[in-house]
Design a protein around this ligand. Structure first.
Ligand code: FE2
Ligand code: FE2
Length: 258
């Protein structure tokens, strides 16, 4: 399914169709000889489907990079199969994710591109046309060194679990923001570390000219929903905000010192 198509640069949805509301989105960027696959999925549930969707666009062995936004099995478990498809493929992720990925059964000679936790890592898609992928960390959303990817050409933000939703009735692109937000809230409340983490991340990405948010679960948030989604996430109490609510000491003191 093509999501963006201009000469020399195309983005595809190559995810899985499954009954689980936890269904997984994988994405593919083709920019000349550079072919980047995002969060390819698990071995048992996703590999064959994702590979056949990739094969409808390019030979799977021509995938040059695989971006892993964090370490979970729903996006990383098929890595040994993908490395077997192209032993030269470069795995792109943060150091704290990288230390965990070999446990999926990777050979020790696999190639890596380390993403700096300082948000300074860029993958140039061409030496001449300026197209690039910028990798930004999303600390504790939900993994300590989770990351996202911004595609400078399409303006797409590949957001991993940030912006994800768990929905029974899936569609590729959100068409009803209010209904979709209700499907996003439980996922973020249970998975994301804290409101402070969400606020820091949404403030970090706000200056980027984002044209769509493409999460690993749920539906793509199109242009008009990008700013409402970032604003809503910024204010959402979640994770330890709710598990460990503030003691009432503060409000008691406020009352006493009034
Ligand atoms: Fe996850
Ligand atoms: Fe996930």
């Amino acid at each position: 399914m093509v999501l963006w198509d201009e000469p020399g640069h195309a983005v595809y949805w190559v995810g899985s169709q499954e009954e689980s509301p936890f269904r997984c989105n994988a994405y593919l960027i083709v920019h000349g000889d550079v072919r980047v696959l995002f969060d390819p999925g698990s071995a048992m549930h996703h590999f064959e489907q994702v590979k056949s969707r990739v094969a409808a666009v390019i030979p799977p062995a021509s995938v040059t990079h695989i971006v892993l936004h964090h370490q979970d099995p729903d996006l990383c478990d098929s890595l040994p199969q993908w490395v077997a498809v192209n032993p030269d493929v470069v795995l792109v992720t943060t150091p704290r994710t990288r230390v965990l990925l070999p446990y999926y059964g990777l050979p020790d000679w696999v190639k890596w591109l380390d993403v700096s936790p300082n948000d300074s890592t860029v993958l140039e898609l061409s030496a001449t046309d300026g197209a690039a992928l910028a990798f930004l960390t999303a600390p504790f959303l939900h993994f300590p060194e989770a990351m996202v990817t911004f595609d400078t050409r399409s303006g797409f933000l590949f957001s991993g679990d940030v912006g994800a939703a768990i929905e029974k009735h899936w569609r590729l692109v959100v068409d009803d923001w209010d209904a979709h937000w209700k499907a996003m809230v439980p996922f973020h409340v249970f998975y994301m570390a804290s409101s402070r983490a969400l606020r820091g991340f949404t403030d970090k990405v706000a200056p980027f000219p984002i044209t769509a948010i493409l999460p690993q679960h749920g539906s793509i948030l199109p242009g008009p929903m990008v700013r409402p989604a970032l604003a809503a996430l910024r204010e959402l109490p979640c994770g330890i905000d709710l598990l460990y609510p503030d003691s009432n000491l503060e409000s008691a003191l406020r009352t006493l010192l009034r």
